[in-house]
Design a protein around this ligand. Sequence first.
Ligand code: ZN
Length: 440
Amino acid sequence: MHRKLALTILTCLMIALINSGIVIAEEPKKDDQKESVDKHTETCKHNLQTIGTAIKEYHEKNGDYPEWLSDLLTEHLDDANILICPSDNNAGKALYTRAQDPNKPVSYNHELLAAQRTQVLDTHEMFGDITPLVRCMHHNEKNSIDNIMNLSFGYKVYQAHYYWQNHLVEIYGGVEEAISALEDGFQKMPNNPRFFSSYPTLLKLYISTDKMDDAEKLIERYKTVIDSKNVYHYGYLGDMLKDMNRHDEELQLYEELEEKMPKNRIVLQRLENIHELRGNEELALEYRKKYVPGLAFLGEMVPDFEATDLEGKPISIEAYRGKVVLVDFWAVWCGPCIAEMPNVKKVYESYKDKGFDIIGISLDHDETKLRDYLKENEIPWRQVFSGEGWNSPVSRQYGIYAIPTMWLIDKEGKLISHKARGEKLESMIAEALKVKAEEE
Ligand SMILES: [Zn+2]
């Protein structure tokens, strides 16, 4: 869209310059590139249109869609080059491996793969003929996902965001059009949880066009289709109540959910947000403490754990009393944990002789991989490993749901930080050790 706008401006500028008698001898290189990208877009659109005609023919003859786009050759499509987008630098590679045509080089993602055919046909049922049937992912600038070229079930070509369902007004060509399409969809598929996220979408459209009665009815209708055990389904209901400014009902809904699922993070987070918006900051913090591991222990004694280390020796926080300790919940499979490791090693080397130590709590499943990593990277501090991943007893005890989680504990056993990592790790340790020195 920006590119089109830029070209329009450029064209206008050129006409103005020609009218004023100035001739541009050579276009700047940047615009050359733009033009060639645009040519690619045009060729790609043309390819998709041709593929659309072939699929239509195939469908009319066989009563079904082809399994792969290469199945269109050569009866319905005589030129195999049509299956290559000029923006595809690999000349025949769909951007997702599972979408790669097994028979011919094909640049396009065929949406009706066997593995997802039912889902995509349902999507077609819900959203109608604008639903993408074939997509070209090769026009992304800087890996953005807003420039996907689509051939729809209605054999129209249009450009849209990867998550086209979030841009229905543009695609249908107007708010009223989007409303009536979604109403049709829900008429056919009111109970399919895959499309529950479109209930809040339709509600927003009703609100934007002041159809408040329809909005109220939609909420009542949604209440009848959701699964009372599914917290995500309630999330959409909460969103809708919020959009309707029915804040007390939203709060009541989540307080009821909290009774049913007192440890559910999504519920607790929502209650935190609700109270934050109401200005109940203390209550918001109370909820935050319930789901952010360690937050409740800040400035308090960290409850101890009992475990054995990789050598089979007992290990606990209490045994480190008198030292500043970093408890590192991590795993070899966790990229950010591994990225943090040089920093952790550096602080260990700098402070290990000054009263600092580290306990690793590994959430790995594979003991060999863990031991190999520790050996190769010369990691000397002790490790707790149960092989149960997220279900490791120590990780469960503290409610760890994301790693790296790094806790810094002072010499008395009180938590200094539940986010002791990155640049600030070293200064935190230095400060904690200085306190110790001063007190002695
Ligand atoms: Zn393309």
